[in-house]
Design a protein around this ligand. Structure first.
Ligand code: AMP
Ligand code: MG
Length: 483
């Protein structure tokens, strides 16, 4: 029985400017750490007849699957607002795998060695950050948030030098594509209108086939991406996810969450929450995520100007009007998302105030974002004495009164609330704990955590320790880019 790879590599057939042909650089002694059985099934891949040695070779790039074609993709990006030419500096795209019903997935190795885009980097990745991406991306998928996935992690048997030597690893990332806003910026920076058209057509074929025959493809692509990115960021806001490094090279045109570097989930509700050690000004703080999404979309729009209208002024005007609709659309969708979190059907003029008053109370009282909604769903949580508070009681009564509108019933509102409020998120201290064990060759805690994270909307038994925020400590939780 074969694994079932079916490669069809369309990106690699694009003109040379888009990519560089490379080979993953073989590693010393690859050793498979984890393989994602659920995802393998979804991809119609069968690894059950391959032994561990072969799988280790496969997922390290030491043994290349037939019909794969290794390339590094070119892209640029605004990193913390500054424009740079980038490209895959430590990733190899092995090709696009097609399932029987023609779903197309990029198979990419992250940490697979130097490429022509590596600049001063070593092209490698450390085990901790690759396992961290595995955990968080799979958790996001279970939370029903569009995301790249993680198929496998291998240790390379080589050390990578960061502040200290760390065990090296390669992650196999699966994505509906790795096209980024930065891909467009790369082509635009080269003032290459022909290839810009090629990229627009390629993107539309791959992700937005419904606008294939549209009269103004560039403008419609902008509108479509805006729609998907608004949906995405609202999903992040819903579960308290902070991406941490929303550079334009880390915004996928598919609308998937991509690039799990310094990301983390918020515990106590605070709109200014930032975890990333390098985000000193809070550019990518929880509450800035929507406005940064809009900022990134404006950079995307700039790339498309020459194709939106022959008359540049007219093109700029049209693009600006489109982008400026962002706030209105976002506000409406955010409000509806928050209504869902509170089990509210229909619209009431006082909804926004009701929602904002709860958030303000949570902020003032430093209550846990996830668990507050669990408490409102009558789930048992630890430390619920915080809700025995007069201001909260008054707010709760207003909420209960609002719940009576629109023929709502407890059955209906609890069902709605349960579908959008997770009981389980990857708590930062738990993620750290399992990564430490994994670094010491004990994968059991990580697999346990992954199992629990698979069912975030179910009321699971005996998982208090996974639901509680980290014990209060003097040290602020910090995340690092993991490069
Ligand atoms: P990221 O912070 O992962 O989004 O990466 C930003 C850019 O830096 C991308 O072009 C990466 O390919 C590149 N990069 C990150 N880490 C390394 C590394 N260790 N070696 C080479 N390039 C890297
Ligand atoms: Mg990146």
């Amino acid at each position: 029985m074969t694994i079932g790879w079916h490669f069809d590599n369309t990106y690699s057939k694009l003109p040379n400017v888009f990519l560089s042909e490379i080979s993953p650089i073989p590693v010393k002694s690859p050793n498979l750490v984890i393989l994602n059985d659920n995802l393998s099934k979804e991809l119609e891949l069968n690894f059950s007849t391959s032994n561990k040695e072969d799988l280790s070779k496969l997922f390290s790039g030491n043994l290349l699957p037939r019909d794969s074609k290794a390339i590094a993709q070119a892209y640029a990006g605004h990193q913390f607002g500054h424009f740079t030419m980038l490209g895959d500096g430590r990733a190899t795209l092995m090709g696009e795998h097609l399932t029987k019903d023609n779903r197309r997935f990029d198979i990419q190795f992250k940490g697979s060695g130097k490429t022509p885009f590596s600049r001063n980097g070593d092209g490698r990745a450390a085990l901790g950050p690759m396992l961290r991406e595995y955990i968080i991306s799979e958790a996001m998928h279970a939370l029903r948030i569009p995301t790249t996935r993680s198929l496998a992690v291998v240790k390379t048997g080589e050390n990578v030098l960061r502040e200290t030597p760390l065990p090296g690893a390669i992650l196999t990332r699966v994505a509906s594509s790795h096209l980024r806003v930065g891909t467009f910026q790369y082509i635009t920076a080269r003032k290459d209108e022909e290839n810009l058209k090629t990229l627009v057509n390629y993107t539309i074929d791959r992700h937005y086939p419904d606008i294939k025959d549209s009269k103004n493809k560039a403008l419609d692509l902008l509108k479509k991406l805006m729609e998907r990115q608004i949906k995405l960021v609202i999903n992040w806001m819903r579960v308290g996810f902070i991406h941490g490094v929303m550079n334009t090279d880390n915004m996928a045109v598919s609308g998937e969450t991509i690039d799990y570097g310094p990301c983390a989930f918020m515990d106590a509700y605070d709109p200014q929450t930032v975890f990333s050690s390098i985000d000193q000004l809070g550019r990518y703080a929880y509450f800035n995520q929507p406005s940064i999404t809009k900022w990134n979309l404006a950079r995307f729009a700039e790339c498309l100007i020459p194709l939106i209208d022959e008359n540049k002024d007219k093109a700029i005007k049209t693009a600006t009007e489109t982008i400026n609709r962002f706030e209105k659309i976002y506000e409406i969708k955010w409000l509806n998302m928050m209504r869902d979190k509170l089990g509210l059907f229909g619209e009431d003029s006082k909804d926004q105030v009701l929602i904002l008053d709860l958030l303000t109370w949570m902020h003032q009282n430093k209550t846990d974002y996830t668990n507050t909604f669990c408490f409102l769903m009558n789930e048992k949580i630890e430390n619920d004495e915080i809700y025995n508070n007069e201001d909260f009681h008054i707010w709760r009564q207003r909420w209960l009164d609002r719940l009576k509108l629109n023929n709502n019933t407890p059955e209906k509102y609890f069902k709605l609330m349960r579908s959008v409020n997770p009981s389980i998120i990857p708590r930062n201290h738990k993620v750290e704990e399992v990564l430490e064990a994994a670094n010491n060759n004990n994968l059991k805690p990580m697999k346990n955590l992954l199992n629990i994270l698979e069912k975030p909307y179910e009321n699971q038994n005996k998982i208090f320790e996974y639901q509680s925020p980290a014990p209060i400590s003097n040290e602020k939780y910090q995340t690092f880019c993991g490069t």
